[in-house]
Design a protein around this ligand. Structure first.
Ligand SMILES: [Mg+2]
Length: 232
């Protein structure tokens, strides 16, 4: 088994400080780079995110922005340690998943390592795949690029692959590749009970910890069973 596990809003709540702070930093970066006011910069940032899945891809494509410079300057997050709440149970729960455990995030590696350290889960993973590792044939191909999954799966010898993720468009992309999917409902999302579960989701839970029973059964039987919703 290979467990691919997202970071932000899957293993911790990034909605209150981290993601708003990154959005602010990206808007500031776009305003400086394009020499526009913050209102137009915010529109451009959002437009590139919608069109390409990441603001960075639009900036590289249309404005020849240096990817590393962008990532470094938009993920400073001076208050990160105070904002990431350690979860003492998380490391043990992760380590009970048998097989390869790989953290998979569209965020930069340095940021991912900082968050993992604050959460106390750095040693629970066999590898970390961050956006730094998603250059394929000279182009950045983060989630949900259709080129990313064939590239990643060639590098891991496992018969079954499972993705834990809060972003539905990422889950939809992998389900068509016969991977199993667990949707960790992000904080604040309006999606209650069975009604809010898309067909490409095998299991839907509010917290990663709740996905453990489903994951363990999948590991033991090789079958996801009836699609599960464990919302409370
Ligand atoms: Mg996420």
């Amino acid at each position: 088994m290979c467990w691919w596990i997202d970071l932000d809003n899957t293993l911790h709540d990034a909605s209150r400080y981290i993601l708003p702070e990154i959005d602010r930093s990206m808007t500031h970066y776009v305003a400086q780079t394009l020499q526009v006011d913050s209102e137009l910069a915010s529109t451009v940032r959002h437009d590139y995110w919608i069109r390409y899945g990441a603001t960075l891809l639009g900036l590289v494509k249309h404005h020849d922005v240096d990817a590393q410079d962008f990532l470094d300057r938009t993920h400073v997050l001076p208050d990160l340690q105070r904002q990431v709440v350690p979860n003492p149970r998380m490391r043990g729960l992760l380590q009970q998943l048998p097989g390869h455990r790989i953290l998979l995030t569209n965020a930069p590696l340095q940021y991912a390592r900082r968050v993992m350290q604050h959460l106390g889960i750095a040693k629970a993973f066999h590898a970390v795949v961050a956006i730094d590792h998603m250059w394929i044939h000279g182009h950045l191909r983060p989630k949900p690029s259709p080129l990313l999954w064939p590239y990643l799966r060639r590098q891991v010898a496992a018969r079954r692959h499972v993705l834990f993720e809060d972003t539905l468009v990422h889950l939809k992309q992998v389900r068509s590749r016969r991977m199993h999917t667990a949707w960790i409902v992000p904080p604040g999302a309006v999606a209650r009970g069975r009604a809010g579960r898309p067909a490409f989701v095998d299991s839907k839970v509010k917290h990663f910890a709740q996905a453990r029973a489903w994951a363990m059964r999948l590991a033991q039987t090789g079958q996801p069973g009836s699609r599960r919703t464990l919302m409370r």
